[in-house]
Design a binder for this molecule. Structure first.
Ligand code: BTN
Length: 265
């Protein structure tokens, strides 16, 4: 997996490859603290402490998957950085579909799903860069992507809800090609995103891939739960849910978990 040559202006031009590491997100965060450039990439063949969302672990065996993290220095307010996760989800879904030929959908906000099973997860982390002990002048973002590519079987704990590209396609898929094309596609979408610092230009493409669209969802908020129908996203990437009383509510990714009423999606 070492010869990765994306055709990009900045994404993945500085590349750190590790045979084994604890977490590419942690490595990338450290590189950013040390002043690495926008677009720096860490790729590993395996991880010993891969991190998932909500404090879960991410199973990271050698030789069969993609573990990559990209470091970014966006100039905009940190409140907008969460939207970059959706930008990455769109890029990964498009590339997975192009490279594997399988229909890839997005489970809001950022799981990539094939045949209703999860094939990729994305973890975005923000860190403030301290200039002295009381002030910060800037922040960086690390977006980590884990894709199940050539696994012939999955761990029992995720087997019911997850899959790999090989299990779905019955053919191996090139991990290098996936990484290169994701970098190229992400760079293109990032530049589009930067023109407005919102998802207005990408919303339509994202909604086409949204597996929850027009599907019943149950929103689990800290304040309580309710059911409704997901109707799309707004320009800030919030999920629009029409409640049973007809009211449309914007659901912010940081606050809630959205469950499909039928199974994983
Ligand atoms: C999820 O829970 O869906 C997010 C999983 C993110 C996993 C990737 S693998 C590469 C990067 N390094 C990590 O430790 N996590 C992310």
């Amino acid at each position: 997996m070492v010869q990765i040559n994306p055709n990009t202006e900045w994404a993945g031009l500085e590349l750190h490859y590790r045979e084994e590491t604890s977490s590419t997100n942690d490595d990338c965060k450290q590189l950013m603290r040390q002043g690495a450039p926008h677009g720096v990439l860490v790729v590993a063949d395996s991880q010993t402490a891969g991190k998932g969302r909500r404090g879960r672990n991410w199973i990271s065996p050698p030789g069969v998957a993609v573990f990559m993290s990209i470091g970014l220095r966006p100039g905009f307010a940190p409140e907008s950085a969460a939207m970059l996760t959706l930008v990455m989800a769109l890029a990964v879904a498009e590339v997975v579909e192009e490279v594997s030929g399988l229909e890839a959908r997005i489970k809001w906000p950022n799981d990539i799903v094939i045949n209703k099973k999860k094939v990729c997860g994305i973890l975005t982390e923000l860190q403030l860069e301290t200039v002295n002990l009381t002030q910060y002048s800037a922040y960086s973002v690390v977006i980590g992507v884990g894709i199940n590519v050539n696994q012939t079987f999955l761990d029992e704990e995720i087997d019911a809800t997850a899959t790999s590209l090989l299990l779905e396609k019955k053919e191996t898929v090139s991990r290098v090609l996936l990484v290169e094309k994701i970098l190229e596609c992400f760079e293109k979408y990032y530049e589009q995103f930067m023109q407005t610092v919102d998802l207005s230009q990408l919303k339509e493409e994202y909604e086409k891939r949204l597996v929850n669209r027009n599907a019943p969802v149950r929103v689990l908020e800290p304040k309580g739960e309710y059911s409704g129908t997901a109707v799309g996203i707004n320009n800030r990437g919030e999920l629009l849910v029409q409640r049973e009383d007809g009211m449309i509510q914007a659901v912010y990714a940081g606050e809630v978990s959205v469950r499909g009423i039928y199974g994983y999606v």
